[in-house]
Design a protein around this ligand. Sequence first.
Ligand SMILES: NC(=O)c1ccc[n+]([C@@H]2O[C@H](COP(=O)([O-])OP(=O)(O)OC[C@H]3O[C@@H](n4cnc5c(N)ncnc54)[C@H](O)[C@@H]3O)[C@@H](O)[C@H]2O)c1
Ligand SMILES: [Zn+2]
Length: 359
Amino acid sequence: MSEIIVSTPVHNRLEQLFLKHNLSKKTVVLFDENTKELFGRDILTALKNQGFTFVELVVPARETSKSFRTAYRLYGNLIEADVDRSWNLLAVGGGVVGDLGGYIAASYYRGIPIVQLPTTLLAMTDSSIGGKVAINHPLGKNLIGFFHMPELVLIDPSYLKSLPEREVYAGMAEVVKYGFIADMEFLRYIEKHFDDIVAIKDPYVSEAVRKSASIKADIVEQDFKEQSGLRATLNFGHTFAHGFEKLADYRHIRHGEAVAVGMICALHLSRKLEKISQDELQRGLAILSKFKFRRGLVQKRFKDIPAETILESMLSDKKKVDKQLRYVLLEGLGKAYLHPEPLDDGIVIEAIEKAKKCC
Ligand SMILES: NC(=O)c1ccc[n+]([C@@H]2O[C@H](COP(=O)([O-])OP(=O)(O)OC[C@H]3O[C@@H](n4cnc5c(N)ncnc54)[C@H](O)[C@@H]3O)[C@@H](O)[C@H]2O)c1
Ligand SMILES: [Zn+2]
């Protein structure tokens, strides 16, 4: 498994950490325009001072950079710079840079090592961990990719200080998810320190990042290729979220915003099947009510779509594979499971209706 380092600062230890992991000091540094502007000088100076040879690549800061066209252009840059198998790639950015960098590292010269240096809350707690890397296809997101484990994940939570509030809340949805699916004690910590975490205050934000990253790494280690159903629990709230995101064309809402709404639906569904108590439902909803989404715009958009349309969109996603949706539910706060049987559309629609009322 990858080693995950959570430390402020982290860029001053690159040489020591690369050597420890038998990584050469020849690295391709991939940024997006924003992370280049924000962290480029510090990171490149640190690499220079620590005796690295490096090639720098920058892509536009948007989801469409996760494309074959961008990857193809970058392969060309690497060939021209004589980058070969003895090099590695350092991805500095959010999930877009991490996924694109991972895709390139997994394929270039049949694979070079990747080190992830995530800079968004979502990337620190989710996308940089677990080795799933992908680019998008015009017909669907994340369809072309690999399992390519990072050698190292280097997390400096102080990088979050410049992150826009909207991105902080989007990442926070995944943090809360880890509490719901795997760890009641962590959920209590989140309840108590929610405001400090979203205000990027230490030690709370570092602790939340460290704990989330370790829960994800643990789950991935036990079920790397998603065979036992355990890794699927990371998708708590996501079945609903994907349907909702798709209706918003993936553009108008952030993934984490859809996940927060999706978790409200999944909590109601868990309650309907009597897997959680009324008290647990209320407690879960109280945490999710702390999310501030741009003056309620996300909630309004969700409320405006008929529940049936959301379910249709959820179904259209998976129809090609097995014609059935599988739901991740809670059996008590802090414990998720993959519901083994298909569920009637009626009960799912009722859960969405309930979620709309309390959004
Ligand atoms: N591989 C996985 O397991 C996995 C899991 C979840 C999501 N993802 C993917 O992750 C992507 C979303 O990632 P994301 O939410 O990090 O979005 P992102 O990479 O688009 O980053 C969001 C924005 O924040 C900017 N930014 C990054 N760090 C910053 C900082 N410290 N300060 C200020 N601005 C900063 C970026 O330039 C960008 O504009 C999606 O493509 C999704 O498919 C992958
Ligand atoms: Zn997610």
